[in-house]
Write a protein that binds this ligand. Structure first.
Ligand SMILES: [Zn+2]
Length: 303
């Protein structure tokens, strides 16, 4: 196959990562390859959108890392402010406010709507997500508009936005260039895009190889370095304003599961639901890149 970023053929195999969820596939592992031309690292057989939708089922969004608490009446419980998802969202809103005072937001891969909630006063807007469970939660509990479906085929009916966000989303698509081109077409002149992706060029990723905690196809299928992320943003008409590696809040339960995966003791760890394990802890392995970019004047570069 050809590289999803530069379009050329010729790649080297870096890792074979065992499949965990769907052993019915003809291959027992995913091939993670690096383009010999532009250096982009990607999964050679990414899942299609129906397979992606199956990954983000109810269990994903009810996990301690994603869930927003609701009370018995089905309304949002005040303890949402202490969840990992909301604390990350608050920090990200503060970052965006350094670049924009206000404006209309599109949150791609909005999940349960934690970011829409934290951003609502400054950047009111809507979310898009492939998960019907997530979209229905956002509408029913938070009252925000959502579009349910694959971002690439979703119709925004001529809408344009001042801010587009993709938190932990771009690395999940096998065609990041097409996604970023579509984002660019939805932005007003001078509008900003903010996103996070795992950094396969980080010390942690290089030291751990295929055992890196974010080497998790099919959840992650596009693996950026700082250089390849800047490259694809440039190709799709963006100018990078901010690129750093801040940490993030994770739930204690999430941290325990990650450590169990790394230490190969996963089978002894079950899904914890105790409130203590929902506690948010700030972690920074410096292997996740946060970017704020602006729609460049002159639009998308011809490539
Ligand atoms: Zn390439």
């Amino acid at each position: 196959m050809s590289c999803p970023v530069c379009g050329k053929t010729g790649e080297e195999l870096l890792y074979r990562v065992p499949r965990e969820r769907d052993s019915a596939h003809r291959r027992a592992s995913y091939g993670v390859v690096r383009c010999e031309h532009c250096g982009f690292v990607y999964v050679s057989e990414p899942p299609d959108s129906s397979q992606v939708a199956a990954l983000y089922d109810r269990s994903f969004f009810s996990s301690s890392q994603q869930a927003l608490p609701v009370d018995e009446a089905g309304t949002l419980a005040p303890s949402y402010r202490s969840t990992a998802v909301y604390r990350n969202a608050e920090r990200r809103v503060r970052l965006l406010r350094e670049y924009r005072d206000s404006g209309r937001l599109l949150d791609i891969g909005c999940g349960n709507g934690g970011f829409l909630l934290a951003a609502a006063d400054t950047f009111p807007g809507l979310g898009v997500d492939i998960s019907e469970d997530a979209c229905s939660f956002v509408k029913r509990v938070l009252g925000f508009e959502t579009i349910c479906g694959d971002f690439l085929t979703a119709d925004f009916e001529g809408s344009s936005f001042d801010v587009v966000t993709m938190w932990d989303v771009l690395a999940g698509t096998g065609d990041p260039k097409a996604w970023l081109s579509k984002v660019n077409s939805l932005l007003k002149p001078g509008a900003v895009l903010a996103l996070t992706v795992p950094d396969v060029g980080s010390l942690c990723a290089r030291a751990m190889g295929r055992h890196w905690h974010l080497m998790i196809p099919p959840i992650v299928v596009s693996f950026f370095t700082e250089a390849t992320l800047r490259d694809v943003l440039h190709r799709t008409g963006f100018e990078v304003l901010y690129l750093k590696r801040p940490g993030k809040y994770v739930s204690l339960a999430f941290l325990i599961r990650k450590l169990a995966r790394i230490t190969q003791t996963r089978r002894y760890v079950r899904e914890y639901r105790a409130s203590l394990l929902k506690r948010a802890i700030y972690v920074n392995l410096r292997d996740i890149v946060t970017v704020v970019a602006r729609k460049a004047a002159g639009g998308e570069e011809a490539v």
